[in-house]
Design a binder for this molecule. Structure first.
Ligand SMILES: C[C@](O)(CO)[C@H](O)COP(=O)(O)OP(=O)(O)OC[C@H]1O[C@@H](n2ccc(N)nc2=O)[C@H](O)[C@@H]1O
Ligand SMILES: Nc1ncnc2c1ncn2[C@@H]1O[C@H](COP(=O)(O)OP(=O)(O)OP(=O)(O)O)[C@@H](O)[C@H]1O
Length: 292
C-alpha cells in the first residue's frame, strides 16, 4: 500500500521573538499560514524492516538527518511498529529558504504513516511527535492559518485569510535558522503587533493584514543578505499590498488581491531572481481523528 500526502510550505505573517529561554531556544509569538507551494511525500510498504528515504533534490540528506526519516523513526519507536517504510519526497519548496520545507515533509510523513500503519493518532499525539523533530513541524501538521507560541510548537487555529496571491522570491543564498537566532541576541529586537494581526485576520481586513506584516528576524538576515532589501524595494516599486521576509529568510513574499499585480510582480522579479513563484493560500488539513 502507498499513501500520498501534500506538504505545503508556510510563510510567517507576523513573527515576534519575545526572548531567549534557558533551553537555548527563543520564545516566539507568530502568525503563520500555509501556501500552495508544496512538496509531495509518498510513504509505501518496504519488505525490509527499515526506513528508506529518497528525495528528488540534490543536497537534501536521505539518511537520519532528513526530518521525514526522523518522524518515521520517532513513530516506529513510540508505537513499537516493526514495519519498514519507503519515503519518496518530491521537493518543490526551496531548501533552507524560511519556508519550512523540511518541517512540512516531516508533518506529511506523520499524517501518511498514521494512515499507512492504521495507528489512529489524535491531533495531540501528532503534535507530540512533531515537537520532537523541530519547532515548525507542529504548525505543519494541520496547516491553514494559526498562532504559534512557545518555541513554535503550541498551536491555536485562526480563521483563513481573505483570498489573495502570494508572490515569493528566493535569493540564491541559503540561511541557517540557528545562526540568525544567535545573531539576534546581540541586536535590538523589533516587535511586530501580533495581537493586531490576529484581529485583522478575524475581521477579514486584507489591507490591515498587509500593513501589519512584521518579522523580528528580518533585520538580522537583511544585514547578511543584501539582496533582501533590493528585492523588497523592487517589489514595492512594482506594487504589492504587503511585503515581508518569511521566517529566518531569505525568501521574500508579497501579498496582493489583484491578478494583474501578481502578473506584474512575476514578470518584474523573474528577470532579477531565478526562483520566483506565485501561489494561492492553502486550507488546513482535515485530520482523520476529527471525524470520529
Ligand atoms: C524561523 C522559524 O522558521 C519561524 O517559523 C522557526 O522559528 C524556526 O523553526 P525550525 O526551523 O523548525 O527550528 P528548529 O529546527 O526547531 O531549530 C533550529 C535552531 O533554531 C533556533 N531556534 C528555533 C526556534 C526557536 N523558537 N528558537 C530558536 O532559537 C535554535 O538555535 C535551534 O537549534
Ligand atoms: N525533507 C527535507 N527537505 C529539505 N531539507 C531537509 C529535509 N530534511 C532535512 N533537511 C535539512 O534541513 C535544512 C533546512 O532546510 P529547510 O528547507 O527545512 O529550511 P527552512 O525552510 O529555512 O526551515 P524553517 O523555515 O523551518 O526554518 C536543510 O539544509 C537540510 O539539510
Amino acid at each position: 500500500m502507498k499513501v500520498l500526502e501534500k506538504a505545503p510550505a508556510k510563510i510567517n505573517l507576523s513573527l515576534d521573538v519575545l526572548g531567549k529561554r534557558s533551553d537555548g531556544y527563543h520564545e516566539v509569538k507568530m502568525v503563520m499560514t500555509s501556501i500552495d507551494l508544496a512538496d509531495r511525500v509518498e510513504c509505501g510498504d518496504l519488505s525490509e524492516n527499515r526506513i528508506l528515504v529518497r528525495t528528488s533534490a540534490p543536497y537534501v540528506p536521505e539518511d537520519e538527518r532528513n526530518f521525514a526519516y526522523q518522524a518515521a523513526q520517532c513513530i516506529r519507536e513510540t508505537y513499537r511498529i516493526n514495519r519498514g517504510v519507503e519515503i519518496m519526497i518530491k521537493k518543490n519548496i526551496p531548501v533552507a529558504a524560511g519556508l519550512a520545507g523540511g518541517s512540512t515533509d516531516a508533518a506529511a510523513t506523520i499524517r501518511a504513516l498514521d494512515k499507512l500503519w492504521g495507528i489512529g493518532m489524535s491531533y495531540e499525539e501528532m503534535l507530540e511527535i512533531a515537537a520532537k523533530i523541530g519547532s515548525d513541524v507542529a504548525f505543519c501538521i494541520k496547516g491553514g492559518t494559526a498562532l504559534a507560541t512557545g518555541r513554535g510548537e503550541k498551536i491555536t487555529p485562526l480563521p483563513s485569510l481573505p483570498p489573495c496571491w502570494v508572490v515569493l522570491v528566493k535569493p540564491t543564498v541559503s540561511i541557517s535558522t540557528a545562526q540568525i537566532y544567535k545573531e539576534l541576541d546581540s541586536q535590538p529586537i523589533m516587535h511586530p503587533d501580533v495581537e493586531a494581526m490576529m484581529r485583522a485576520i478575524e475581521e477579514e481586513d486584507f489591507q490591515t493584514i498587509c500593513r501589519l506584516l512584521g518579522n523580528s528576524l528580518e533585520s538580522v538576515t537583511m544585514k547578511k543578505v543584501a539582496d533582501i532589501a533590493k528585492i523588497k524595494e523592487q517589489m514595492k516599486g512594482i506594487g504589492a499590498e504587503g511585503i515581508l521576509m518569511s521566517g529566518s529568510g531569505p525568501t521574500v513574499f508579497a501579498l496582493t488581491q489583484h491578478e494583474s499585480r501578481m502578473q506584474r510582480l512575476m514578470n518584474g522579479m523573474r528577470g532579477y531572481c531565478s526562483q520566483v513563484f506565485a501561489v494561492r493560500l492553502c486550507k488546513p488539513f482535515p485530520l482523520l481523528s476529527e471525524h470520529e
